[in-house]
Design a binder for this molecule. Structure first.
Ligand code: RP5
Length: 188
């Protein structure tokens, strides 16, 4: 461990996951997969679980109560509709919880968003946008990156690649004009 790593072990040297991604249903998995892939791409092991606040409350409680002792540092929790999972997990552990509102069938995720966002004072959940799996993964990595230089470097590299992509698009738009750009977009 180098001095920049603080109390966090290096992600490569540490087999135990530092991050968990939990969801209320397997129907949430597609929304959360970008977070899982991003974190694994940063060489972070991820514990992935289906834990429903309503259908499997005891399993959810056991997970949340054991999270700190097994070394988890951040929990991403996605749920839809009456989306109580992130808040309930947050109430059972002091590990930071990032909530992901899942886009629901009838209310398009507005219900999920308000359920996750409107936590009572004292029990915060860091809520990302509806369907914001990728940003949840990035935020989790950024939290870990404050104590781990390797993870921090991965975040910086990611930002550089985003910058490069937009610069490239801008150059192309300036070069070929908007009509050709749009017709090329529809072929992609
Ligand atoms: C919530 O109910 C889950 O988080 C999911 O988004 C929603 C619907 O679940 P399924 O009926 O698809 O299992 O608990």
């Amino acid at each position: 461990m180098n001095s920049a790593s603080g109390n966090l072990p290096s992600a490569k040297a540490e087999p135990m996951p530092l991050v968990a991604v939990v969801m209320g249903s397997d129907s949430d998995l597609m929304t959360l997969q970008p977070a899982i892939e991003l974190l694994e791409g940063f060489n972070l092991a991820v514990e992935v679980r289906i834990l429903s606040a309503h259908r499997t409350p005891e399993e959810m409680t056991t997970f949340a109560k054991e999270a700190e002792a097994k070394g988890l540092k951040v929990i991403i929790a996605g749920a839809g509709g009456a989306a109580h999972l992130p808040g309930m997990v947050a109430s059972l552990t002091t590990i930071p919880v990032i909530g992901v509102p899942i886009q629901s069938k009838y209310l398009s995720g507005i219900d999920s968003m308000y359920s996750i966002l409107q936590m009572p004072g004292g029990i915060p959940v860091a809520t990302v946008a509806i369907g914001g799996g990728l940003n949840a993964g990035l935020l989790a990595a950024q939290i870990l990156g404050t104590f781990n230089q390797d993870i921090n470097q991965n975040i910086s590299n990611y930002r550089k690649s985003l910058h490069g992509q937009v610069v490239k698009k801008d150059e192309k738009l300036v070069q070929i004009g908007s009509s050709s750009y749009i017709s090329q977009m529809s072929k992609d």
